[in-house]
Design a protein. Sequence first.
Length: 253
Amino acid sequence: MDRCQAVKILLLGGTTESRALAELLAADMRIEVVTSLAGRVRRPMLPGGAVRLGGFGGAEGLAGWIVDNDVDVVVDATHPFAAAITANAHAAATATDVPLVQLVRPEWRPEPGDDWVSAASVTEAASIVESTAQRAFLTIGRQGVNAFAHIERTWFLVRCIDPPEVPMPPNHRSLLTRGPFDVDDEIALLRDHRIDVVVSKNSGGAMTEAKIIAARALGVTVVMIERPLLPVGDVVTESPEAVVDWLRSTEPT
């Protein structure tokens, strides 16, 4: 990017990959990066470079911020299930004629020994759990936990970073912690709590994959919530390094 002025990047973050990308971009004097965090986690892990917290006020507000701050490129490196943010980013980038790069971590894929039951939504996952599970490990974050609040026959171990502020299942224990998690620890956790079903979003990535490996090792069923269909940006990559390569090879107009 051969420009006299630094290229300004708005990085929609909150993931491990977004933090890695922010560190790479902050080290490049030709790039000015601002990472935006939604502020849903009480103690977010802050990346390198400038950071803003809070929403934009929908697609229109995001478009206004892009124009007001002379943004050259928007990079969406949010969670694969952050459907609203991705939709707003796509609409705002289109409205402002700014390139949208999406950093999307690869999905987990079933391997030999896995016992996966696919669910199209959190609601469908709750229905599957209600009819099959005695003791479930609920690892979907705090968004959507209320979909399981009506289930009385199943005991839940609910793991989140912050306490859910929604109705909870009547029989549950909360476990507040942040990854990454160790496979041996996850195996012990499933054994100690006699878990027969793990409920997970197909987030991909290494931070929480240990629970999937542990379930495979113990023959525990995984109810896997599939990713939502999202609008596609101008460029879709799977690694922070690929985003940097694209930025360095392209001069936004």
